[in-house]
Ligand binder design. Structure first.
Ligand code: ADE
Length: 244
């Protein structure tokens, strides 16, 4: 999958995406992250890409022309016009479901804003999706874009070592993941749950499923309403809480 990032801070994106699992995914050619420096399209001697807002007010606004030219040069070069995701607190909140939707694309362009905003006219012309990473405000779209690239990449086959790990985790089926343990068997007098040492695969699966349901009920009851639980499981959960 190809990620193209239009940004004033390409190094930020490159650094995050070159480490760990994302770095390996790029080496293996499963993921390709390319940055386009909007400043290269400033078109003036001072490399200026922002200006004062019409109507007054605090801060600076990114000018439309450099953003448009950066996008145009990129889409002309790759010969297609992929979806353009603009990172903004005004967008739809990012989620695992949204990540799955984006992971089905072959190419994605991220537009990272800075300063107080980006001139509305260029947004109207090139942006197809507005995405927020939560109800808080950051200084720019680079961290949100890198976060989305990380999340989407791990859904691409081959990026994680074990195909199972992208399926078994938190939010799949709207349930949180069960607790994990590794060696040693006893840590500060706390023993690993017996069932995990039993070698009884079916019992392990049952225990993990129950733990997922319990955790979700305790930590994220809002998710539980949407979770894929059987009638039997809902009844078991009700009884467990009744007896607690
Ligand atoms: N840019 C600034 N704040 C943001 C947020 N919360 N989500 C996405 N992009 C942003």
């Amino acid at each position: 999958m190809n990620f193209y990032v239009l940004t004033l801070f390409p190094e930020l994106i490159r650094q995050i995406c070159s480490e760990s699992i994302l770095g390996r995914a790029q080496t293996k050619d499963l993921v390709h992250v390319e940055t386009v420096n909007i400043r290269d399209y400033a078109g003036n001697r001072h490399n200026r890409v922002d200006d004062y807002p019409y109507g007054g007010g605090a801060g600076m606004v990114m000018q439309p022309q450099p953003v448009y030219d950066a996008w145009k040069a990129l889409t002309d070069r790759i010969g297609k016009q992929p979806r353009v995701v603009f990172m903004t607190p005004q967008g739809e909140t990012f989620s695992q479901k949204k990540a799955e939707e984006f992971a089905a694309e072959a190419d994605l362009i991220f537009l990272c804003g800075h300063y107080e905003g980006v001139d509305e006219r260029v947004l109207e012309r090139i942006v197809t999706d507005e995405v927020s990473i939560g109800d808080f405000v950051l200084t720019g779209g680079e961290l949100p874009a890198a976060m989305m690239i990380d999340c989407i990449s791990r859904l691409i086959p081959g990026v994680l070592h074990n195909g199972q790990s992208a399926e078994d985790e938190s939010f799949t089926g709207n349930l949180l993941e069960y607790p994990q343990y590794t060696r040693p068997e006893v840590f500060m007098e706390a023993k690993v749950p017996e069932v995990l040492l039993s070698g009884h695969h079916q019992n392990v699966e049952k225990w993990r499923r129950e733990q997922s349901i319990l955790r979700t009920a305790l930590k994220r009851p809002d998710l539980l309403e949407k979770a894929d639980l059987s009638d039997k499981e809902r009844e078991w959960l009700r009884k467990t809480f009744e007896n607690a």
